[in-house]
Design a protein around this ligand. Structure first.
Ligand code: FRU
Length: 487
């Protein structure tokens, strides 16, 4: 990626002639591994989901976007809308980093509804001549043409004393009383990660409250993308800590994302009684998730199906990454369960297989490139079983369950073109609390999302197989109700 000099990374889209950009778009559209039903960038790099909000019959979901290549450069917000959370319309770039306060990127932030209009709050990333960051937090609102108007100067122009230049990603929420809060990811002067809160009566003028007091005063060097919401009278804090060392099956990726469940935040006192941090996803590619409340009250989460600082095989075609499918979050037995949202059924184009099936030793039950498969009422006669997907010749993504240990492993060492993150390993394992009885996979041209035991554990993973690798093979002795749908 040597052509990606600093100058090239901070080049705005407006520098490129429209016909040149059109050609770039065509080339990306015709390149391998483009998704069939996931949100992906038209060109360049996608990262965090931003501004996820429902208003007046429409879901708005934005993402961090660098248009001109598969690298982290000058970030825009790209805008998608949907009526059902699964069919998305492309609204184009909505937030353009062309003001002094966001001259080096319109960084992550959130959406909220005020005065019957979609508003956002995001981090303006500005660098000075010495390349030092000067983050500010900026409020804006969505115009009817799909673009965002910024309310400048920034609502929070500076970093408060006690924190470094790593201060970003405001998530706005409102109390029943009407008071607004925002929670921001930060690094303390002692180089530990944390979050801070601000309060406002109008979501324009913000007062610094201080740092949220958690039981993790020393847990990584930066907490990115915090999100706070309440479910069943509990207060749930999501964040993406950086700098956590691997520990058994946990924390295997370069950076992590997870949650804590506790009592509701005490505001403005900033105390939070909570349980331990748990990761949200045991796959290779998941980061910076954000939630919103659906029209019917469900809490919906979308993540970035990728990670910072890692290159991917699609880079050579000038695009990188996608968002995960939306998941519904519920609280069960003190843990977050994550289920694919029911609207995903709308993506089913054709039933490939739907019957109670007995497998003896091994069977290729179908072939498909983009599909959903569910195994329920799983009864195993052998202690171990495997599912191979996107398989052919030497290629396969291999999922293995061992009934004696209740461990489930995802192996992408033979999944196709290698993701150069092999330093972080090529398998991921989760220890299930319940014996495996149900499993659902969503497979796209270059990804797999795995949901085990009705949302007990979830993994999101990119794979880069040949398009002709389509076998779905089960190995072991078992019976299960198996449904496969082409998506
Ligand atoms: C997380 C993150 C955020 C930041 C954004 C910039 O992936 O680093 O903290 O706002 O990406 O694109």
């Amino acid at each position: 990626m040597n052509q990606w000099t600093r100058e090239a990374r901070y080049r705005p889209l407006s520098d490129i002639a429209p016909e040149v950009y059109q050609t770039m778009k065509e080339e990306v559209r015709n390149s391998p591994w483009r998704f069939s039903y996931h949100i992906q960038p038209p060109t360049g790099l996608l990262n965090d989901p931003n501004g996820f909000v429902y208003h007046d019959g429409t879901y708005h979901l934005f993402y961090q976007w660098f248009p001109l290549g598969p690298v982290h450069g000058l970030k825009y917000w790209y805008h998608m809308t949907s009526k059902d959370l699964v069919h998305w319309f492309d609204e184009g770039a909505a937030l353009i980093p062309n003001d002094d306060a966001d001259s080096h990127g319109a960084y992550s932030g959130s959406g909220f509804i005020k005065d019957d209009a979609v508003h956002i709050m995001y981090t303006g990333n500005k660098r000075d001549a010495d390349w030092v960051r000067h983050p500010s937090q900026i409020v804006g609102h969505l115009r009817s043409d799909g673009r965002i108007d910024k309310h400048l100067p920034p609502a929070i122009p500076n970093v408060p004393a006690g924190y470094t230049e790593h201060f970003r990603d405001p998530k706005v929420f409102q109390e029943a009383s009407g008071t607004w809060y925002c929670i921001i990811g930060a690094q303390c002067d002692d180089l530990t990660g944390c979050t801070v809160l601000y309060q406002s009566e109008d979501a324009e003028t913000w007062t610094f409250l201080g740092e949220l007091k958690t039981q993790y005063p020393d847990f990584g060097y930066m907490w990115e993308c915090p999100d706070y919401f309440e479910l069943d009278d509990k207060g749930i804090l999501l964040f993406s800590p950086q700098g956590i060392e691997p520990d058994g099956d946990a924390y295997q990726n370069i950076f992590q994302s997870g949650y804590m469940i506790g009592e509701k935040l005490a505001l403005p006192e900033l105390t939070y009684q909570h349980h331990a941090f748990s990761e949200l996803d045991f796959g290779f590619d998941f980061y910076a998730p954000q939630t919103t409340q659906a029209a019917d009250g469900r809490r919906i989460l979308v993540g970035w199906m990728g990670l910072p600082d890692i290159s991917y095989p699609s880079d050579m075609y000038n695009w990188a990454h996608a968002l995960t499918l939306p998941r519904e979050l519920t609280l069960q037995e003190g843990r977050l369960k994550q289920l694919p949202i029911r609207e995903l059924d709308l993506l089913r184009k054709r039933t490939i297989h739907a019957q109670s099936t007995e497998i003896n030793q091994a069977m290729t039950i179908a072939q498909a490139e983009t599909f959903e498969i569910e195994l329920s009422n799983l009864a195993l006669q052998t202690t171990q079983f495997e599912i191979h997907v996107r398989a052919a010749d030497q290629e396969a993504t291999v999922l293995t369950y061992d009934a004696t240990t209740q461990r489930f492993t995802l192996d992408r060492s033979r999944s196709g073109a290698e993701v150069p993150a092999v330093d972080y390993g090529t398998t991921r394992t989760v220890q299930l609390e319940q014996p495996l009885h149900q499993l659902r996979l969503f497979v796209d041209r270059s990804s797999i999302e795995i949901f085990l035991n009705d949302g007990e554990a979830v993994a999101s993973t990119r794979i880069f197989p040949k398009s002709t690798s389509q076998d779905i093979t089960l190995i072991g002795d078992l019976t299960a109700d198996i449904s496969i749908y082409e998506l």
